[in-house]
Design a protein. Structure first.
Length: 84
């Protein structure tokens, strides 16, 4: 089962991905460092603020999906397209 971190404001995406069988964990600015170290398969952000939480210098070891303008189903399709 893939572990996906989803930004706190994306409750519709969180719910959809959980229903699709993903292990979803909510994250925000208070637990961003914990999320980075948790080895997620992907991180989904709202994309409202492109420099979200000052993360421009943080190197991720997983894909980051910008959900701005996407439906929950479209986010799910992008996750399905990621390498296993």
């Amino acid at each position: 089962m893939k572990r996906i971190a989803v930004e706190a404001d994306l409750s519709n995406v969180q719910q959809y991905l959980s229903q699709q069988g993903y292990q979803v964990e909510v994250w925000n600015s208070k637990n961003v460092n914990q999320a980075i170290q948790a080895n997620f398969d992907a991180i989904v952000i709202s994309g409202i603020d492109q420099n979200m939480m000052g993360m421009q210098d943080i190197v991720q070891n997983c894909p980051v999906i910008n959900a701005h303008g996407l439906t929950a189903e479209e986010v799910g399709q992008r996750l399905k397209g990621l390498p296993s």
